[in-house]
Design a protein around this ligand. Structure first.
Ligand SMILES: [Zn+2]
Length: 308
């Protein structure tokens, strides 16, 4: 086993400049969710060069799958590449590095197969587009891409060792909509019901709430729509918040407090409010990651957060 690990490490070290160039190329050409055509081209070309069997545009226009080995010999292992960027700020989340590390892992595993003299299973490098809000992996899961997979893994860069990080909290994305009544702001302001006032009051109320929040709780948000023209009393305003807490009980409590803030701002301004909650993260999953990380020696138990 040790000589296989060594073969994998040696292959990755030998390819370091090659890998760096891939990452830089993708970083210099940022593309948004589902438009990652250049990254798709770069990564599929690389996999072809290295002798993988490549399926371009796999299920999604900018997804791909590159395989070596066979399932008869062992498990089906998937290494994931992400490569989408963010609006305005490019590859700020470092998905170019996810692509690089995915290719690196694939080259390492390929070298281990060569060292072993036979494939030790099936390796798929999966290019999954649209991580930033597009749900690319959700679509691939629905397509059954992961159905026969034994292990799927991915590396995400961070400016610290995040395997113990407390900021991976249960999160709720809430879209808030206030509905008022439009009126001319100079001629008939008394006829209007100001939905922007509701949004501002809501924002302020959440800010007041923050002083009483536990240090591990987070509520952060923006006003996405504050009206149309300055001389029209805004008829509608829209906000987006993310609510986060480390445990389900605290998360439910914080969500309840936030909903009260949303409702009270409507009451104070005579607006109607509606909100849409979409639960986007389950803390428990991170506890599982942590346990696996400790078991496989990636992190030591003393990095385990006390509340787990
Ligand atoms: Zn990311």
């Amino acid at each position: 086993m040790d000589n296989l690990k060594q073969a994998a490490c040696d292959a990755i070290d030998a390819a370091s400049t090659y890998l760096y160039d891939i990452s830089q190329d993708i970083w210099s050409n940022p593309e948004l969710s589902y438009n990652e055509h250049y990254a798709h081209y770069v990564l599929t070309r690389v996999q072809e060069e290295k002798g993988f069997c490549v399926e371009k545009k796999y299920k999604i226009d900018t997804a791909f799958r590159a395989t070596i080995g066979c399932k008869e010999n062992g498990p089906h292992v998937v290494v994931i590449c992400e490569y989408d960027a963010l609006p305005e700020i490019g590859h700020a989340c470092g998905h170019n590095l996810i692509a690089e590390s995915g290719v690196a892992a694939a080259l390492g595993i390929q070298a281990a197969f060569l060292k072993a003299g036979r494939p030790l299973g099936l390796l798929s490098v999966l290019g999954t587009p649209a991580e930033e809000g597009g749900g690319g992996k959700v679509r691939l899961i629905k397509e059954g891409v992961f159905d026969d997979v034994n292990v799927a893994m991915m590396l995400h860069p961070a400016p610290m060792d995040s395997s113990h990080a407390d900021f991976f909290l249960a999160a709720n994305l809430v879209k808030v909509k206030y509905l008022g009544k439009a009126s001319h702001a100079a001629a008939f302001p008394w006829e209007g019901i100001n939905a922007l006032d509701a949004a501002v009051t809501c924002y302020q109320t959440i800010s007041n709430l923050r002083q009483q929040m536990k240090p591990t709780w987070r509520v952060h948000g923006i006003i996405t729509n504050g009206g149309v023209k300055p001389n029209i009393i805004p008829e509608e305003s829209n906000m987006e918040f993310i609510i986060r807490a480390p445990t389900k009980a605290e998360f439910d409590l914080l969500t309840k407090k936030c909903l009260e803030c949303f409702e009270s701002a409507a009451k104070a301004t005579s607006c109607k409010v509606c909100f849409f909650l979409s639960f986007i993260f389950i803390t428990k999953l991170f506890y599982v990651y942590r346990k696996i990380s400790i078991k496989s020696d990636v992190i030591s138990p003393d990095r385990y957060p006390s509340y787990v």
